[in-house]
Design a protein around this ligand. Structure first.
Ligand code: KG4
Ligand code: ZN
Length: 334
């Protein structure tokens, strides 16, 4: 069978990235240019600044990826691109670059949903085995998804308010940590103790999740302590917050694994870089004999390698976009 090389582009938020993936699972070359240092000054991603930076960098990132791969455009089978969801101005840069390449080099154009990308980051570790449950935890999404085969996404639960990564970042800001707060909360929790009494959010029989109440509980506690002239012990608050997140995520996910009778669980999205979350899922899955896959650390957060992996399966299924492909800020995973 002829090898399939996907040139993938991702620019949905503040990472400009390109990658070449062979047959959906072999990474040939990837470049990820993060704008984190630029946005840190503002305490979060500024959309207008993000899209301007994508414009400045996208050509160089694609050229670097091709150079590293030692391939030429003749070797590339198709171009895959994240068309959504994400920041519209950021998405447009990747989509325009992909359309230009597809037109100029006469290659098929494959539209990839950003969440499908996060899920297929696991295919770079080992081929997905079905049926499976995917827990997608990122800055924009928190979903529990049942997959019976490739590209079949049945959402069985979701956050009713904030995405989990969003709540990490907000809690971090409230306790005085820089953006992005997720990794800092995770690191601090290692030395902190679970001493603050926080609620276990949406502890019900559904597979839905909720994080705004937990976030508000942290904010209220910080204010109360301030009024009393006390300050929060950052590492203890980080540990208390994260332990509640870990508890509710593992509780609902492991229940879904049991109730859907699946043996395979995958984690996906930036928050799956959390050591506390990885460790607890590893412990529970080994106890319950569930096959757990978590992307490599560098492919938990946004990157084009995952888009190349997802793009390969989309390509095999005949999914194609025309040159009128447009970026979408929101879109259902299907
Ligand atoms: O998937 P991602 O890179 O972007 C979106 O698609 O949203 O996820 C970014 C989110 C941010 O909220 C960030 O704080 C969080 O992932 N994150 C982490 C860790 N690394 C990144 N959260 C907890 N622990 C980490 N180590
Ligand atoms: Zn993402």
């Amino acid at each position: 069978m002829k090898d399939i090389y996907i040139l993938a582009i991702e620019s949905s938020c503040d990472e400009t990235s390109a990658s070449i993936i062979k047959n959906g699972c072999i990474e040939i070359a990837t470049v990820v240019l993060s704008q984190m240092d630029i946005h840190r000054t503002y305490g979060g991603v500024v959309p207008e600044i993000a899209s301007r930076n994508h414009i400045e960098n996208i050509t160089m990132v694609i050229e670097d990826t091709l150079k590293q791969s030692q391939l030429t455009m003749d070797d590339i089978t198709a171009i895959a691109v994240t068309y959504g969801p994400g920041l519209i101005g950021s998405l447009l840069i990747g989509v325009t670059a992909a359309k230009t390449l597809a037109y100029f080099y006469d290659k098929p154009l494959i539209p990839v949903h950003h969440t499908a990308g996060h899920i297929y980051a696991n295919n770079l570790v080992k081929p997905l085995e079905f049926p499976l449950i995917a827990l997608v935890i990122s800055g924009g999404h928190t979903d529990l998804i049942y997959m019976k085969e490739d590209y079949s996404f049945e959402r069985i639960g979701r956050t009713l308010d904030d995405a989990v990564g969003e709540s990490y970042d907000k809690v971090a800001r409230v306790i005085g940590l820089e953006y992005p707060g997720g990794p800092k909360i995770d690191r601090l929790s290692e030395i902190g103790k679970n001493l603050y009494n926080l609620p276990l959010p949406l502890n019900d029989d559904s597979y839905n999740l909720s994080f705004s109440g937990l976030k508000s509980a942290v904010i209220n506690l910080v204010h109360k302590e301030k009024q009393k002239g006390n300050s929060i012990v950052q590492e203890d608050m980080a540990a208390s917050f994260q332990s509640r997140v870990v508890e509710i995520l593992t509780k609902k996910t492991m229940r879904a694994v049991k109730e859907y009778h699946v043996k395979n669980l995958i984690l996906a999205g930036g928050v799956s870089a959390s050591k506390a979350i990885r460790n607890e899922f590893e412990r529970l899955c080994s106890k319950d004999h569930v096959n757990l896959t978590i992307p490599q650390m560098k492919y938990c957060t946004d990157n084009a390698a995952m888009i190349g992996a997802a793009g390969y399966y989309a390509y095999k299924l005949g999914r194609r976009a025309d040159l009128d492909l447009n970026a979408k800020a929101t879109d259902e995973l299907k």
